[in-house]
Design a protein around this ligand. Structure first.
Ligand SMILES: Nc1ncnc2c1ncn2[C@@H]1O[C@H](COP(=O)(O)OP(=O)(O)OP(=O)(O)O)[C@@H](O)[C@H]1O
Ligand SMILES: [Mg+2]
Length: 211
């Protein structure tokens, strides 16, 4: 089983949007996947509830109380992938998630404020990578890129300065991400042929190829 944590202590960067779409993307790719909501706000659980009772979504389980992720092994039994939706502003959570994660995705909006704000998480990730002898892999994922713009050179350079890889896949700022979430749905269901769905499928493939 591979545990992917979507983490960033900054709020509103797109963690839940990425985690929910990614979960559905893995399911549609034929993978057994479960979503773990570690945010006391319960956004991923709200999303699941908005989908109604007879939905076809993968299970969503809340784990936002200490000791964090204590039951992760038993809850995720039988699944090939577990995706953790991180919570903003709680460092203990990030520390606990890093202990159970195999892969960490750090969504960052292409703005200097987001890049500066990632510093403390990058330090935690690197400390954990040292302890685990590099077994933990982490990468940035550009989130909410404005359509029609490229990732500006200075922003890319600033991210590269952290010494973590940057995913080729990214998400753009598109209304379908917000609109589909409100229905307990995903961009893959709302507009399967759309550009956002293609972004998520590209992300799923890049994660599957991540070694
Ligand atoms: N690619 C996108 N395009 C358009 N809207 C987006 C996109 N990604 C996220 N949003 C919207 O931005 C808001 C914040 O996104 P989201 O809740 O996914 O961030 P978060 O990092 O999980 O926030 P929090 O830190 O509060 O948990 C939501 O209203 C969401 O619908
Ligand atoms: Mg969230």
């Amino acid at each position: 089983m591979t545990v992917i944590a979507v983490l960033n202590e900054k709020g509103g960067v797109g963690k839940t949007t990425i985690a929910t779409n990614l979960t559905r993307g893995f399911q549609l790719a034929g993978e057994a996947v479960i979503l773990i909501d570690s945010d006391p706000q319960g956004s991923a659980r709200d999303w699941y509830a908005a989908a109604g009772e007879d939905n076809a979504l993968p299970p969503v389980v809340g784990m936002d109380r200490p000791p964090l992720f204590k039951n992760l092994k038993s809850v995720t039994q039988g699944f090939a992938w577990a995706i953790i939706d991180g919570s903003p502003g709680i460092e203990e959570l990030a520390v606990a998630a890093l202990k159970v994660a195999d892969r960490v995705l750090i969504p960052v909006q292409p703005s200097p404020y987001d890049i500066w704000a990632a510093e403390s998480l990058v330090e935690l990730v690197k400390a954990r990578q040292e302890v685990t002898d590099g077994k933990l892999k982490a990468a940035f994922l550009v989130s909410r890129q404005i359509v029609g713009t490229k990732l500006a050179g200075e922003i890319r350079a600033a991210l590269e300065g952290y010494g973590l890889p940057i995913f080729k896949a990214f998400t753009s700022q598109r209304v379908v991400y917000a609109n589909s979430a409100a229905q307990g749905s995903t961009v893959l269901d709302a507009e399967p042929q759309g550009a956002a769905a293609e972004e998520i499928r590209t992300l799923v493939e890049e994660i599957r190829a991540w070694r």
